[in-house]
Design a binder for this molecule. Structure first.
Ligand SMILES: [Zn+2]
Ligand SMILES: [Zn+2]
Length: 165
């Protein structure tokens, strides 16, 4: 028996009446982690559940905060993500769709899958992020790495001396 959650809705009334629809409010924390991007915890949205094709169609915008860590320079930032969800549950002709559990629709995996699709696996703070210096660990975007292989007499040598205590 699956746990009760705010993402589970009894939809027997809808399944009995093709074409009927109901709007449900999602405002719940999810428990989910990802290497370089953490979601939520709150998912917020108004989902329309509609009885169709022997199953259920779920659609509507869902929003959440995503906390990213740049995989190059380790800068962290938060970003609000809004995803337009359009998913089917328990539709017999849709083997790739999500299942219904009897007359219960569990929207948590549905919404997570939808959000996952738009979350980058390796987020970068900007497309041309230079990352960290492999020698000193300085953020190369800020120019704080003094450089390491320049010949003696380099014009930046005095600057390097300032930066390296
Ligand atoms: Zn970066
Ligand atoms: Zn360096």
């Amino acid at each position: 028996m699956a746990r009760e959650s705010d993402f589970r809705f009894h939809v027997a009334d809808l399944l009995a009446h093709p074409g009927h629809r109901r709007t449900v409010t999602i405002d719940s924390a999810i428990d989910w982690g990802f290497d370089l991007s953490r979601l939520g915890p709150q998912l917020v949205g108004e989902m329309v559940l509609e009885s169709a094709s022997g199953g259920l169609v779920v659609r509507g915008p869902i929003s959440t905060m995503v906390h990213h860590t740049c995989h190059r320079c380790l800068t962290e930032w938060d970003e609000e993500v809004v995803v337009d969800v359009l998913e089917a549950l328990g539709v017999p002709d849709d083997p790739d769709g999500h299942p219904l559990h009897g007359d219960v629709a569990d929207l948590e995996p549905v919404l997570l899958d939808a959000v996952l699709l738009v979350i980058p696996l390796s987020p970068t703070c900007r497309p041309d992020c230079l990352g960290l210096c492999a020698v000193c660990g300085a953020d190369l975007n800020t120019g704080s790495c003094p450089g390491h292989d320049e010949p003696p007499g380099n014009a930046f040598a005095p600057l390097r001396d300032l930066l390296q205590p």
